[in-house]
Write a protein that binds this ligand. Structure first.
Ligand code: PRP
Length: 179
């Protein structure tokens, strides 16, 4: 049934509260570490980055990066390819990579390497969701919104086949219902 609404996992109110907490923590941590550049990972992080960045109380600028996973049939190989790099210089800047979800960890692992190659003063990571059970590589995550189980989650930027990205909450879908 394609029109079945995803089951609510994290409500809009709970997301908003947690985003505010993360913003307070990041603002305190970076009070003496400027300039801060937030690097959002397209597409999934666009809503989280928009909300998080607007709640910070410190100077910050925004960049975006896009990657794509190599797939063998429907199976992800773990290899990641850069589709779009940041536009501005990161030299001597404090970089915070902002992800919507860390699943196997391959994407974030690759992105940390890319960011470090730009000569920044520091690189840290922030993700709204972390699927710890699915980890295949050990990546450092400095700020985590919520830990989630190994379910297919959508909404607040996350999609299932490009659907449900703009839901205001995080929901769970059963791929069999969406076939
Ligand atoms: C998602 C998410 C992360 C990545 C995490 O992106 O936004 O970038 O997967 O997975 P990993 O930890 O297993 O590497 P996706 O490929 O769904 O693209 P999208 O953000 O454009 O939807």
């Amino acid at each position: 049934m394609n029109d079945m609404a995803p089951q609510v996992l994290i409500s809009e109110a709970d997301i908003s509260k947690r985003v505010a907490e993360l913003a307070d923590e990041i603002s305190a941590d970076y009070a003496n570490k400027t300039p801060l550049i937030m690097v959002g990972v397209l597409k999934g992080a666009f809503i989280f980055l928009a909300d998080l960045s607007r709640r910070l109380s410190i100077p910050r600028t925004i960049e975006f990066i896009a990657v794509s996973s190599y797939e063998t049939g429907s199976v992800q190989s773990g290899a990641v390819r850069l589709v779009m790099d940041v536009r501005g210089s990161l030299v001597d800047k404090h970089v915070l990579i902002v992800e919507d979800i860390v699943d196997t960890g391959h994407t974030l692992d690759y992105l940390i390497g890319i960011m470090k190659s730009h000569g920044p003063a520091s690189v840290r990571t922030c993700t709204l969701l972390h699927k710890a059970e699915s980890a295949e590589v050990d990546v450092p995550i400095d700020y985590t919104g919520f830990s989630v189980a190994n379910e297919w989650v959508v909404g607040y930027g996350l999609d299932y086949a490009e659907k449900d990205r703009t839901l205001p909450y995080i929901g769970i879908v059963n791929p069999e219902d969406r076939a």
